[in-house]
Design a protein. Structure first.
Length: 324
């Protein structure tokens, strides 16, 4: 599909939203979509991810700033409608042939209400592609913005459901706030937290990446780590029972046991079978991961260190340990 991402600015301009847009653009492009950035400031990310400049889409453009000063006082600027109409024309050209428009924050903040109004007009006139409004921040629920907001047009555009749109927010807090301010059902709002490319962020070993892909454990929360060999004195069955209890309140909880079978006790094979039976009995097949099932032998220290970094908690239910 042809996807346009709209914001006041894009990288290398530094900002939280700009960073998210960069990740979205890169991932969508890698998935085979045609991606275009639309902004007033920034640069194209590559030949595959070009940037269409719309200077009036800036939050800091001189005309936009002058209009905002008047709007913040509750006045209706003489230049507002002409500014909106110029943006309508610019957006029509920039969005020609697009299948989806994802507008980041421009319909929830009052940084450039002429841009918000231009999008609303195009949407009402059915001249926009499928519209996704991605809300990172909400002016109407943020105390520092409230003195700049007033009842009526165009401020109400920021708290009105335009209809026939998809709303996405970055947290359950924003989901609750948006549902309240727009008077829409909470379940109609998608919650998509800002993501991190864990492999790049942590510089994970290739073997670690392979194990994470096979287990899917990065989608879990919280992640318990039990970095021990599989032998009875490690009391791994208690870890399984604990995980089962934890999942009642945290259904996405998971456990990773990193070690192989202990090398000095033939009963370890029988113990491992007992653990796998208990895992099945407790319904933990997709949550309790024995890395020994995926990798034969001791894992390198570098891989164990990777699992320490991604885990939320270490869990040691051992019956005895030399360290206490």
């Amino acid at each position: 599909m042809k996807i346009a991402l709209l914001h006041y600015s894009v990288p290398p301009i530094v900002g939280g939203v700009e960073s998210v847009i960069a990740h979205h653009a890169r991932l969508m492009s890698a998935d085979g979509h045609s991606v275009r950035l639309i902004a007033a400031r920034g640069e194209a990310m590559s030949d595959q991810i070009p940037l269409t400049y719309i200077p009036l889409a800036d939050s800091r453009h001189e005309r936009v700033a002058q209009v905002k000063t008047q709007l913040d006082r509750g006045e209706a600027p003489a230049d507002f409608e002409s500014l909106r109409d110029e943006l309508v024309a610019d957006l029509e050209i920039a969005l020609s042939g697009m299948d989806i428009l994802i507008a980041h924050n421009v319909c929830s903040l009052n940084k450039n209400l002429a841009l918000t109004a231009a999008l609303h007009k195009l949407h009402q006139d059915k001249k926009l592609p499928r519209l996704i409004l991605w809300h990172h921040d909400l002016a109407w629920t943020t105390p520092r913005y409230l003195p700049e907001l007033h009842e009526g047009y165009p401020w109400d555009l920021l708290k009105t459901d335009w209809g026939n749109t998809t709303h996405a927010v970055v947290s359950e807090l924003r989901q609750d706030e948006l549902a309240n301010v727009m008077k829409i059902e909470r379940d109609t709002i998608r919650v998509i937290p800002n993501g991190v490319d864990m492999h790049r962020f942590y510089k994970l070993e290739s073997l670690t990446q392979d194990l994470l892909n096979k287990t899917g454990i990065l989608d879990a929360s919280p992640i318990l780590l039990l970095p021990v060999r599989i032998t009875p004195r490690k009391n791994i069955e208690l870890a399984l029972w604990t995980l089962a209890g934890l999942k009642k309140d945290f259904p996405r909880a998971a456990l990773a046991v990193t070690g192989p079978l202990g090398p000095h006790n033939a009963n370890n094979i029988k113990y491992f079978e007992t653990l796998k039976d208990l895992r099945k009995q407790l319904g933990l097949q997709g949550s309790a991961h024995f890395l020994a099932e995926l990798y034969d032998g001791f894992l390198p220290d570098e891989v164990i260190a990777d699992f320490y970094r991604i885990a939320d908690a270490l869990f040691f239910p051992s019956r005895e340990e030399g360290f206490g």
